[in-house]
Design a protein. Structure first.
Lengths: 969, 111
């Protein structure tokens, strides 16, 4: 399982930048976050490198663990030559990008967030290339889409960034859905989702009638990710991302995921005509189209983006040829492109950083100010153009050779070399344009700042990459050959003969290279005419604007289709919802109701086996009914209504006592107390103004709905209670003692049998608390200075008697809480009840002595309490995994000692303590924060002067900002 | 006894639904509270009504169904969290829209 750490480390390490930022003083935050991120990537790289000897020795490293076996999902990883090539690219360039980003983002206060997302992306990317299971691969595939969305939209204030991020997500995420469908089909045809079995089933897949749909769907995924025409437009729009992101995602890694897919499934799909026409055709179109458009982009990053599209097209085309040598050239060019394009993006970022603009119409003559960066950019651009002695030349030469040797199109065979050369000419032209426009082309124009060389270390990543371009370009056999061999071997299953020499003698491909170089230079010289012709011929439209128009149109259409969107009323929605439910519930009963006669009904009622009714129950029921009616009638007198609601709760807890549910009674009772406090706290803020009464028809409608719903549920309840159904209660009653070591079966169900439910429930509690916390932030409420009758509030906020009485109560109440917690497994009690009791005890102190007073004496951070509780429950649940038992398996020890008597220790008790902490934290977080709002009354009173008998709600803007006060006690 | 419980549930549901459809947020919260009382009671009663048979296994005999009890116990606590959430939501609406009406809104809709 050592292999899994390569993927796991970036995911886990994503938290590290956040932690690092917390530990150091503010001015060192950036460095700490970058260092943490670099540390994470380095660790992953070291583990990857430790596996390389096995691969170089001709083996593969596998690791596998079942995850959801029923659907064929395993956590299976494979580290073979192809994966190794990509892993080294992802981690190597990743490290350089982190170093570069450290300087690029130096002034941003979001460094930790940036590196955290970047590491998540890195983990997802590593997951794609290492997956040995189709479904797992897809999971990581979608994760790259999501994380890239976050990275492209890193600056949420920029509308361009948001738009670019959304576009990238829609296109690549949509492609991911197609890929999912393709994988599901492929898995069903191949009989397994394991990659090794799928790869071995190539023949079967070819013959299968579903071959074409499978191929189309998977290609859709690959093409969208790799920005192939006509899905290319998301890539230029994603250039709104910070430049390190562009260098990493949009040149070296993410866009290569589609390429990786083509390489991985090459043995399964290649060698058919349809593969050649589809992949080759799309690739060639993209290659030519991207190269052509790149010439006309004024933004450096725009030029580089279209050049990337073009190169991705080239690589796709090479795979599309379906020949072994084509695949070799494709893989080689994918590596080369990652190296030179990442360095070019970094150079573009440096120029942007130092000159303040990326617009080539404003830039010129930078050579005098940044000669070193200029030299580096020039070498990298030359590699991009395919100049000899650089890595780009080698793979481009292979590409030219492949087009020449191909014989598929018959008498149109000349077309491929022709298009290839034309694309080569364009590539040279845009490369020259980038260098000449930026670094030469006349003296420096007026800029916002004087450009200069970047910090020494910011250039280092570019220098390393450019050195790689040269090394690979001059000594290919010694440097890249072993790695490439391994990649090819694992991609194709055999090693075709190929030659990486720089000099093949005078050949046709060399002639093509020469024509491309000379033609590109010529084309650049004629650029004025070219630009004019381009503007004249091509309408100023783009895929991005079409997409934007389509999505806006779709939104408008959806709005137009909605009934009266401006008058949409929540009240009406609720009424409709209720009506629909009632109709659906009554519909199947209609025939029975139709044939119903009074005699039959009364016979049925008489025949029911009912338990005897006693007078106290009848009285309690009466109180409940009256109280419920009272809540409705007195709903405008909120205080009275609140009290009546409390009465109902109390009657309910009596019912629980009566019907053998002591746990429920305790819970209901304690919840009733906190709910009442909660309601009272809120009452204070609600405006007293009268609201216009609803129309007569509305009241009638609501009344009908209420009566029908009430009658229906009452009938339902009666039927349920009088119908004997087999119950699974026996199982719990029998198993509680031997399996859970518990006498209190309800508690055993909560913390043991159905512990997973409870885990979910306390998570819901935590989420609700978090939501409440968020909603109360920055809230602005009007705090009335007087009550309804114009009297000022009592100055005696904390009555002395209450305060004095409550203090000795606290330790006793807390003791009761602990007692309840500890005995929960055997007697009524448990984490939920204990948490509520402790909460009430603490709130009582706040009520009696004031929040300030309590906070000074008890420093509790409730959010942390909730977090600790969740972690405790989760930790207990996962601890079982250490003993190779299923999640949430509990253990118990029975011991008898002379000191403590009979003692039963269970791991479920720890789980229950987690529940206790979450419940306590939630209750306190809610009540404390709400109380804090009204606690500002004193300040408000001193400042306020107006006396209003019926304080009307004031506009939010004029109300004092209450929530802006710091939360920490 | 079953008829009485069913009646209570019915009344709680009816009152709850009626309050749910009122115009002001506090009534809606009260309505939700009544509805959750009703739901809890219904769930609990579905396990049968037995007296003096608490599911505490100290001695033999027959016991009440513990499963609905466990379900309802968490439902009660979550009901509290939901009530709190709704109340704070209505406070937030009051703060942002200046009214405690369910259907209040400010200006046009924003994208």
């Amino acid at each position: 399982m050592f292999l899994a750490w390569i993927v796991a480390i970036p995911f886990l390490g994503a938290l590290l930048p956040y932690g690092a930022v917390r530990l150091v003083p503010k001015q060192a935050c950036g460095a700490a976050a970058s260092l943490a991120a670099a540390l994470v990537s380095t660790s992953a790289l070291i583990i990857a490198l430790s596996h390389t000897p096995d691969v170089f020795a001709g083996g593969e490293v596998h690791a596998s663990m079942p995850w959801i076996p029923r659907i064929g999902l395993t956590l299976a990883l494979r580290f073979d030559g192809l994966a190794m090539v990509f892993v080294l690219l992802i981690l190597g360039i990743g490290l350089l990008v982190i170093l570069y980003a450290h300087f690029y983002l130096a002034k941003s206060d979001q460094v930790a967030r940036f590196f955290a997302i970047l590491l998540l992306f890195q983990g997802a990317m590593l997951g794609i290339v290492l997956s040995d299971n189709l479904l797992l691969l897809l999971l990581f595939w979608e994760l790259t889409s999501l994380t890239s969305f976050l990275l492209v939209g890193f600056d949420p204030r920029s509308i361009e960034a948001r738009r670019g991020a959304r576009m990238a997500l829609v296109i690549t995420g949509g492609g991911g859905l197609a890929l999912l469908a393709g994988f599901l089909l492929l898995g069903s045809v191949a009989g397994s989702f394991e990659l090794s079995e799928v790869l071995a089933a190539g023949e079967r897949v070819h013959q299968h009638p579903l071959y074409l749909p499978i191929l189309l769907l998977i290609l859709l995924g690959a093409f969208t990710k790799s920005a192939q025409f006509p899905f290319h437009f998301w890539l230029p729009s994603a250039m709104t991302a910070p430049t390190p992101v562009s260098a990493y995602l949009h040149s070296a890694t993410m866009v290569k995921a589609g390429i990786f897919l083509l390489a991985r499934f090459f043995p399964v799909f290649a060698e058919t005509d349809i593969w050649f026409y589809l992949v080759g055709g799309v690739g060639l179109t993209t290659f030519l189209f991207g190269a052509y458009i790149a010439i006309f982009k004024h933004d450096i990053k725009g030029l580089l983006a279209y050049s990337t599209i073009s190169h991705l097209g080239l690589i796709t085309f090479l795979f599309g040829l379906g020949t072994p040598l084509g695949a070799v050239a494709g893989l080689f060019h994918a590596m080369n492109h990652a190296v030179f394009k990442a360095s070019l993006f970094m150079a573009a970022g440096i120029i942007d950083h130092e000159a303040g603009t990326r617009d080539m119409r404003r830039l010129s003559g930078l050579w005098h100010f940044m000669p070193i960066t200029g030299t580096l950019a020039m070498v990298a651009a030359a590699a991009m153009a395919g100049v000899p002695l650089l890595n780009g030349f080698l793979s481009k030469e292979m590409f030219f050779a492949e087009t020449v040797h191909h014989e598929w199109l018959g008498h149109l065979d000349w077309l491929l070399p022709f298009i290839a050369t034309l694309g080569g000419i364009f590539a040279v032209a845009y490369s020259v344009r980038f260098i000449h426009d930026v670094f030469f082309g006349g003296p420096l124009q007026e800029l916002d700042r004087t450009p200069h060389e970047p910090p020494r270390w910011m250039r280092i990543p570019v220098e390393i990459l450019v050195a790689l371009c040269l090394l690979v370009g001059i000594f290919p056999e010694q440097t890249v050959r072993p790695l490439l061999d391994l990649g090819v071997q694992s991609m194709l299953g055999f090693e075709p003969r190929y030659d990486l020499a720089i000099w093949h003698g005078f050949s046709f491909p060399l002639l093509m290279s020469l024509v491309a170089l000379v033609g590109g230079l010529l084309l650049y010289r004629l650029r004025r005419w070219l630009f004019r012709a381009h503007d004249w011929v091509f309408p100023p439209t783009s895929g991005a604007s079409v997409f934007q128009r389509l999505s806006t149109g779709l939104q408008l259409l959806a709005r137009a289709r909605m009934p009266h969107p401006t008058q949409a009323s929540l009240q009406n929605s609720i009424a409709w919802l209720l009506l629909t439910t009632l109709v659906l519930a009554i519909w199947p009963l209609l025939p029975a109701l139709w044939s119903l006669d009074v005699a039959g009904l009364s016979d049925w009622l008489m025949g029911l086996e009912l338990s005897p009714l006693d007078v106290p129950s009848l009285g309690a029921g009466l109180i409940l009914v009256v109280a419920a009616a009272g809540v409705v009638g007195l709903r405008r007198q909120r205080l009275q209504a609140t009290i009546l609601a409390g009465v109902i709760g109390l009657v309910l807890s009596l019912a629980f006592v009566h019907f053998s549910a002591p746990d429920l009674a305790l819970t209901q009772l304690t919840v009733e107390v906190v709910t009442t406090i909660l309601l009272l706290l809120v009452l204070y803020f609600l405006p007293q103004s009268d609201v216009a009464r609803l129309s007569r028809w509305r009241r009638t409608r609501d009344l009908v709905l209420a009566v029908v719903a009430g009658t229906g549920v009452a009938a339902l309840a009666l039927v349920i209670m009088t119908t004997q159904t087999p119950s699974i209660a026996e199982y719990f009653l029998h198993a509680a003692k031997p399996a859970a070591g518990a006498s209190n079966v309800v508690n055993a169900i909560l913390v043991d049998f159905r512990g997973f439910d409870t885990l979910g429930e306390i998570t819901v509690l935590a989420i609700a608390a978090a939501g409440i916390f968020a909603m109360l932030r920055g809230i602005r409420l009007h705090t009335p200075q007087r009550d309804l009758f114009g009297r000022p509030w009592s100055p005696d906020v904390h009555p002395t008697i209450l305060a004095m009485l409550s203090r000795p109560l606290l330790p006793m109440a807390l003791l009761v809480a602990v007692f309840m917690l500890l005995r929960g497994h055997h007697e009524p009690g448990g984490g939920f009840i204990a948490g509520l009791i402790a909460g009430i005890a603490l709130v009582l102190q706040q009520l009696a002595s004031g929040q300030q007073w309590s906070a000074e004496r008890l420093r509790l951070n409730y959010t942390r309490l909730i977090g600790a509780g969740l972690l405790m429950a989760l930790g207990t649940a996962s601890a079982a995994l250490l003993w190779q038992r299923p999640f949430l398996t509990s253990a118990f020890w029975h011991s008898e000692s002379t000191w403590l008597g009979e003692l039963e220790l269970t791991s479920a008790m720890v789980f229950d303590t987690g529940v206790f902490l979450v419940v306590l934290g939630t209750v306190m977080l809610i009540l404390d924060n709400l109380g804090r709002l009204s606690g500002h009354r004193q300040h408000g009173r001193r400042a306020g002067h107006q006396v209003a008998a019926h304080p009307a709600p004031v506009p939010a803007a004029s109300a004092p900002a209450l929530g802006s006060a710091p939360w920490k006690s | 006894m079953e008829v009485l419980i069913a009646l209570c549930i019915g009344v709680l549901v009816g009152c709850g639904v009626y309050l749910l459809l009122r115009a002001r947020s506090f009534s809606v919260v009260l309505g939700l509270t009544l509805l959750s009382y009703a739901t809890n009671l219904l769930l609990f009663a579905s396990g049968g009504l037995r007296s003096n048979q608490a599911p505490l296994l100290h001695e033999g005999g027959s016991f009440a169904d513990p499963l609905p009890q466990a379900l309802v116990l968490t439902a009660i606590v979550i009901g509290f969290a939901m009530t709190a959430f709704m109340l704070v939501l209505s406070l937030r609406a009051l703060s942002d829209l200046g009214s405690d009406r369910v259907d209040s809104r400010r200006g046009g809709e924003e994208r």
